[in-house]
Design a protein around this ligand. Structure first.
Ligand code: NAD
Length: 476
């Protein structure tokens, strides 16, 4: 829902697009073709639950088919509406182009509060929704491939995959109809953590960019940086966990639906997550100070702010009060276009959503490729790799046995070097490579072009150019 005096989510995305498109020299009409959403399908279906029929409203929006299949998550939330799915579908187009995932943009949603339903009821509802979409090819391995988003996860993706397979019994690629599935149902190692992992890799890459770091006014690396994260769901939890456990960042604030926790010494992310799982919220958590008005914590001083819950949380009403010098948009659209301007004027650096949370679609791409190739990554080469490295290690050991040379192998070297990469390592390597390359493509424009005033504009410039080239290659 749009806030008073502010554009809707879709209008906000369009305005950010327009700002970048105005700096480009696109042929007449192409700019509009890229911006508009191709089609949005609305479905209303009934499911018999608890003795009566309940009607649900769902959407699947296709923003751009310059590449197919189109790709984008399915969200379960009461706030889902046409404007929102269209905004999210557009962001998917730009996101896929930026990280060079060969997909068009799409998004889906169901107006439902999943917490109000039993598991078997959610399965019934999900299967029915999937049936409605699949029979119109809005779920299809070569046309439209959904993934998890807010309120959905591996479980829902497994139901969708199974529903599609039941309806398409001879489709050998049926498993590729959806990504984010559990490993035993055709998923890929590292998909659940992928978006949070991508946020971590994005921040690591940002801190390697000395010019970018200087623009934010920060210094040094991630170690010791104070981080506030909003939303300890899939994306926020993994981002906060990896940043604190592996990069030495301090999670000084966690904002959830029922309030926030703050601690200047850093919160234990796993302990908070377990508390939420048990008690339904952060209230009562003993090792931090509880703040009832959680959104106020967005305004607390910190080094890095990670909105990882939902759109529109930083708006004209609070943008002026934000103190973080660096914001990374782990959620989609957490900053309205008006707030974006205010923050830019304040000199705050924003790592934009279309890049920051692209880890999910990147690993979804790997999962889709795995499903189409019907083989786990690394299965053919892992042992061959080990055999070759064994030869080298044997040779080194032979040399180190020579007392005159005086060589010794470091402890642990043999084990670490000998081990061929498994699927998880390959996925992380592919994700890291993708996040680095995408950052560099937008940061080089940000640093070189005076009119690319921020990373978001630079990201749009890269994406729009790639989508435009795709359309032109099709003769448009
Ligand atoms: P999720 O449902 O797993 O988690 C969302 C979390 O935010 C929950 O813990 C919820 O309690 C909390 N939350 C909801 N409303 C809140 C509010 N008003 N204030 C504070 N906390 C609130 O969802 P997710 O998959 O982590 O998605 C979060 C965001 O990341 C969304 O914008 C989504 O579009 C985006 N995203 C997700 C993925 C993915 O792979 N899951 C990929 C790209 C982008």
């Amino acid at each position: 829902m749009a806030r008073k005096n502010e554009p809707s989510f879709r209008e906000s995305v369009d305005m950010m697009f327009n700002r970048a498109a105005a700096l480009m020299d696109l042929p007449p009409g192409l700019e509009e073709k890229i911006r508009v959403c191709n089609a949005t399908y609305t479905v209303r279906f009934g499911v018999r639950l608890r003795g009566q029929i309940q009607t649900f409203v769902g959407y699947r929006s296709v923003h751009s088919e310059h590449m197919e299949p189109v790709k984008g998550g399915i969200r379960y939330a009461m706030s889902v509406n046409q404007d929102e799915v269209e905004a999210l579908a557009a962001l998917m187009t730009y996101k896929c182009a930026l990280v060079e995932a060969p997909f068009g943009g799409s998004k889906g949603g169901l107006c439902i509060d999943p917490r109000q339903y039993e598991e078997h009821e959610l399965e019934q509802i999900t299967r029915r929704f999937a049936y409605e979409l699949a029979k119109r090819d809005l779920i299809n391995p070569s046309q439209n491939v959904p993934a998890p988003d807010m309120g959905t996860g591996e479980r829902e993706m497994a139901w969708i995959a199974d529903q599609y397979a039941r309806m398409n019994t001879t489709d050998i690629n049926a498993r590729a109809c959806v990504t984010g599935k559990p490993l035993n149902a055709g998923g890929i190692a590292g998909r659940v953590e992928a978006t949070g992992r991508g946020v971590q890799y994005a921040l690591r890459e940002f801190f390697r960019d000395s010019q970018g770091v200087a623009k934010s006014g920060l210094t040094g690396k991630l170690d010791g940086k104070r981080v506030i994260v909003q939303g300890l769901g899939n994306v926020g939890y993994h981002a906060a966990k990896f940043l604190s456990e592996e990069d030495g960042a301090l999670i000084t604030g966690i904002i959830e639906r029922d309030g926030a926790l703050v601690s200047k010494d850093g919160l234990d992310v796993d302990a908070v997550r377990n508390w939420i799982a048990k008690h339904g919220g952060v209230t009562g958590y003993p090792d931090g100070t509880y703040v009832a008005d959680g959104t106020k914590v967005l305004e607390e001083p910190c080094d890095i702010l990670i909105p990882a819950a939902m759109e529109g949380v930083i708006h004209l009403g609070n943008a002026k009060k934000i103190k973080a010098p660096l914001i990374i948009e782990a959620a989609n659209g957490p900053i309205t276009s008006g707030a974006d301007e205010v923050l830019r004027d304040k000199g705050i650096v924003i790592i934009p959503d279309m890049y920051a949370n692209a880890g999910g679609v990147t690993v979804s791409y790997f999962e889709w490729v795995k499903n189409l190739s019907h083989i786990r990554f690394g299965r053919m080469q892992r042992r061959a790799e080990e055999t070759r490295t064994q030869m080298l290690v044997d040779e080194l050991e032979r040399l180190s046995a020579d007392k005159e040379l005086g060589w010794t192998l470091s402890p642990g070297f043999k084990q670490n070097y000998l081990r061929g990469a498994d699927e998880l390592e390959l996925v992380r390597s592919g994700l890291d490579d993708t996040m680095r390359a995408a950052y560099q493509s937008m940061a080089s424009i940000w640093h070189e072009r005076a009119d690319a005033v921020d990373l978001r504009t630079a990201a749009y410039l890269v994406s729009i150019d790639r989508v435009a080239k795709s359309y032109r290659a099709k003769g448009l």
